[in-house]
Every structure is written in C-alpha cells, then in structure tokens.
Design a protein around this ligand. Structure first.
Ligand SMILES: CC(C)(COP(=O)(O)OP(=O)(O)OC[C@H]1O[C@@H](n2cnc3c(N)ncnc32)[C@H](O)[C@@H]1OP(=O)(O)O)[C@@H](O)C(=O)NCCC(=O)NCCS
Length: 170
C-alpha cells in the first residue's frame, strides 16, 4: 500500500468511497454526497492552502483517503485542524486506517498545525478506537445533535496534541 498526496485524478474514487458512507453510515452527518468535480476542487483548494490531503492506494486503486483542514475559520483557531478519514467500505478492518491516520498526523504537523480534533459522528466505535490508538483522547460528547436513518445521534470529540509538549494540565 502506498500513502501519497491526493491528486485531482483521485476525485472519482474518493467520491465513491464517501458516497457509500453517506448513504449507509452515521460517521458523517452528510446526507447528500459531493460529486467528483466537487472533490477535485477540494483537492486543489487544499493543495493551494497547504492543508494535507492523502490517499492510500493499493495496485493503483484508492482504498482510503484522509485530510486535515482548519477546525474553525476564526483567526485564533489557525493552529488547530480537524481530521477526516474514510476507508472504502469493503477495505475496512485491514489496517489501512491505522497506517493512514499517523501519516495524516505527521503531514498536519509538517503543515504547521499544533492540535488535531476528530469530530466523530454517531460516536462510531471503529473511529473512536482508531483515534485512541493513534494518540487522541476523548474531549467531549454532544448528545442527540444529529438525526439520520430515523435515529438521534451523538457527536464525540477527540483531540491529539501535535506538538508533543502536552497541555500542561495532566
Ligand atoms: C474508522 C475507519 C477509518 C478505521 O479504518 P480501518 O482501516 O477500518 O481500521 P484498521 O483496520 O486500520 O483498524 C485500526 C483500529 O481501529 C479499530 N477498529 C477497526 N475496526 C473496528 C471495528 N469494527 N470496531 C471497533 N474498532 C475497530 C481498532 O482499534 C483497530 O486497531 P486494532 O486492529 O489494533 O484493534 C474505517 O473503518 C472507516 O472508514 N469507517 C467509516 C467512516 C468513519 O467512521 N470515518 C471516521 C470519521 S471521523
């Protein structure tokens, strides 16, 4: 498996991966999936802003993607990013996320981010476990803020200190 920066030509594969999770999962609160053109624009925008956007590919086929962008637009949040990671539904549970998320963390650190936030829809257990495995700690839970497939959903917040210096409160 190769982990590399996303290219505009990956947009179709990324659109397909995300569309499955939009239609079938609660990790994302999107209910309409962006098309390939929107993903191509996002990849170009991230490259222009210097935000990391990575794919994991096997045999030339994109099996997963992950990116990190500003957590909030307000200026004081500039050093804080939010991650997003999606593995193709039929490639989950094979170690791809465990390889891709550390690569994203390293790329985000290299981009100058100091804190990374995971906003985990539905408190998706696999995502919570993956983030914990990669050094994130639980920082909050908002209850019943989403509704999908007729079910009220929580959002779990986790955070990773990218500086290696800790928060000075432990
Ligand atoms: C969450 C996700 C990114 C994990 O990637 P993955 O490639 O499936 O995970 P891996 O095989 O690398 O497993 C890494 C760790 O995740 C956890 N994990 C994976 N699948 C799990 C499952 N079904 N239930 C509980 N924990 C699970 C385990 O801790 C595992 O580590 P271990 O093998 O040492 O126990 C992937 O399953 C996915 O895309 N899920 C749907 C979308 C999503 O939740 N995205 C995150 C949005 S914030």
């Amino acid at each position: 498996m190769v982990i590399r920066p996303a290219r505009p030509g990956d947009a179709q594969a990324i659109a397909g991966i995300y569309a499955w999770h939009v239609a079938n999962g609660t990790a994302t609160f999107d209910t309409i999936a962006p098309d390939a053109a929107e993903w191509a624009a996002k990849i170009a925008d991230f490259a222009a802003r210097g935000f990391p956007f990575l794919v994991a590919a096997r045999g030339g086929e994109v099996a997963a993607y992950a990116y990190a962008a500003r957590f909030r637009d307000r200026a004081a949040y500039a050093h804080t990013c939010e991650d997003s990671i999606y593995v193709a539904h039929d490639a989950r549970g094979r170690g791809i996320g465990a390889a891709l998320l550390p690569a994203l963390i390293a790329a985000a650190r290299a981009s100058g981010f100091c804190q990374m936030i995971a906003v985990i829809g539905g408190g998706e257990p696999a995502s919570v476990a993956l983030h914990a495995k990669c050094g994130f700690v639980h920082t909050g839970r908002m209850r019943h803020v989403g509704r999908k497939f007729g079910t009220l959903l929580d959002t779990v917040y986790m955070q990773c200190d990218l500086t290696g210096e800790g928060w000075g409160d432990e």
